[in-house]
Design a protein around this ligand. Structure first.
Ligand SMILES: *Cc1c(COP(=O)(O)O)cnc(C)c1O
Length: 465
């Protein structure tokens, strides 16, 4: 009998793997057994030794566990960017999570009017709440919800300006990460972009002179991911609104992030709100659900009731609408804004942005020995100041002072060692994502909350280089 014949039969191997079969099903484990046996046969042909059975079984278990693991996995976001687009932006409040789970589990009154037993409208689930939060409950204000803010801008432009022109300052023709560019969105919405002013300066007369028979609306776009400084001039929203209304045209503002609370009151840099935009005379504002608002991915279109009705009639609305779990999370998140006193405690985005520095420092000091113990002689771990950013294009210039664990490799040339450390943290059961700067690997601890500390520490034993 040669070594290849000595390899166990598939059925015999399967008998040794009852836990894997219970976890992943016989079909998947069988495929893993076949793959590992094939790899062993290939190894034998190339002169490798016959694997002992326990090694073989362990390899099959690993392969099955890997194949059975979800692709969308939770991670520790220690990048220092609180609203990290690639890591899913806002973490939802427990209230929003519970509402999503409920909506997912049972039938719900998504488009069903429980009072009359007739057909309902899914936007009504949040429209009144939004009017309450942004316009003191004005009956003239309504809202409609789509998949994200890019969709909100596309739909608004198509519904209000198709075949006509939208007037925008050249200083506001933004590109948001992931190929959202205002000129391209305009084209797709079948709206002609009428650029006015210059990159650094736009004046009221530029708006005035741009208005002609083809003009459908005036638009302002919040330059959320960059700042133009120096010799600049932009036109006040109230002035643009006055010019628009004088010509009988709507004024639309794409706010981007659009926090619903007063950031300055929480000690954060001021950020424009939909409240201010509407008060200044905007007829429609659009903003994201998962940026500073702290809710699910969604695009919120809020404003004048007649314009919202027109937007909702557009066929694109049907294509861009959101589902019940999104609406459940959005409604629950908006309800938190009714209690401003507890908002910073209950809304994770605000809680993380306003987290006191001494709280982050204390955590860093607690974790330093654990991380040093896990990394051993590879690197020296210290507690160091760093700066977090808000992310998602909100407040691009502002930084929040924070505290990091700084891992400085003990190797002479740190380049390779840094990449190895970064990869090791990324390979943990719950991957840890940090960043490399100034020849050190940093873990900004702003977004590691006390409730997750034990989980973070427990998995350090799996750190491997
Ligand atoms: C982020 C942003 C968008 C896109 O919003 P998404 O919700 O990511 O689609 C559009 N406009 C501005 C000004 C933004 O900041």
């Amino acid at each position: 009998m040669n070594d290849i014949q000595r390899l166990p039969a598939v059925d015999r191997v399967l008998q040794q793997l009852p836990e894997s079969i219970a976890a992943h099903g016989r079909q998947m484990v069988t495929a893993c057994v076949r793959a590992e046996l094939a790899a062993a046969r290939e190894g034998l042909r190339h002169g490798l030794p016959l694997p002992d059975e326990s090694t073989l079984y362990a390899a099959i278990r690993r392969r099955a566990d890997e194949a059975g693991r979800a692709n969308l996995r939770p991670v520790f976001n220690l990048t220092g960017t609180v609203l990290h687009t690639n890591l899913g932006r806002a973490q939802l409040a427990e209230e929003a999570i519970a509402a999503m789970v409920e909506a997912a589990r049972a039938p719900c009154a998504l488009e069903y009017d429980l009072a009359s037993g007739g057909r309902g409208d899914r936007d009504d689930l949040v429209s009144g709440l939004l009017a309450e939060i942004v316009a003191g409950g004005s009956p003239e204000i309504a809202a409609t919800i789509v998949n994200n803010n890019a969709a909100a801008v596309l739909l608004t432009l198509n519904a209000l300006a198709q075949g006509k022109e939208a007037v925008v300052s050249r200083g506001e023709l933004v590109e948001i990460g992931g190929a959202f560019r205002i000129p391209d969105v305009m084209r797709r919405a079948q709206v002609k972009l009428h650029e006015i002013g210059t990159t650094n300066r736009t004046h009221a007369k530029d708006f005035q002179e741009a208005i002609g028979p083809k003009t459908a609306l005036l638009m302002k776009i919040h330059t959320s991911n960059y700042a133009v400084t120096g010799f600049t001039a932009a036109v006040d929203e109230k002035v643009i609104a006055g010019i628009a209304h004088g010509a009988g045209l709507p004024f639309v503002i794409d706010l981007g992030s659009g926090t619903l609370c007063d950031f300055a009151a929480h000690g954060l840099p001021a950020e424009p709100t939909p409240q201010q935009a509407l008060a200044a005379g905007a007829d429609i504002v659009t903003f994201s659900g998962d940026k500073l608002l702290g809710g699910p991915q969604a695009g919120l279109i809020v404003g004048r009731k007649d314009l919202i009705a027109k937007i909702k009639k557009n066929p694109l609305k049907r294509a861009l609408r959101v589902g019940k779990t999104t609406l459940a999370a959005l409604e629950a998140t908006l309800r938190l804004y009714r209690d401003p006193d507890r908002l910073a405690e209950r809304l994770p985005t605000l809680r993380l942005l306003t987290r006191p520095l001494d709280n982050i420092t204390a955590l860093a000091e607690r974790l330093q020995p654990d991380v040093q113990g896990a990394i051993g002689a590879q690197a020296t771990v210290s507690v160091a100041p760093c700066s977090s950013q808000i992310g998602s294009g909100a407040l691009p210039v502002e930084r929040l002072p924070s505290i990091a664990l700084r891992l400085s490799p003990n190797a002479k040339k740190p380049g390779k060692a840094l990449l190895a450390i970064e990869a090791a943290f990324r390979s943990l059961p719950m991957p840890v994502i940090g960043y490399i700067r100034d020849d050190a690997y940093h873990l900004d601890l702003r977004c590691l909350e006390a409730k997750d500390e034990a989980r973070f520490v427990a998995q350090l034993q799996h750190l491997k280089f």
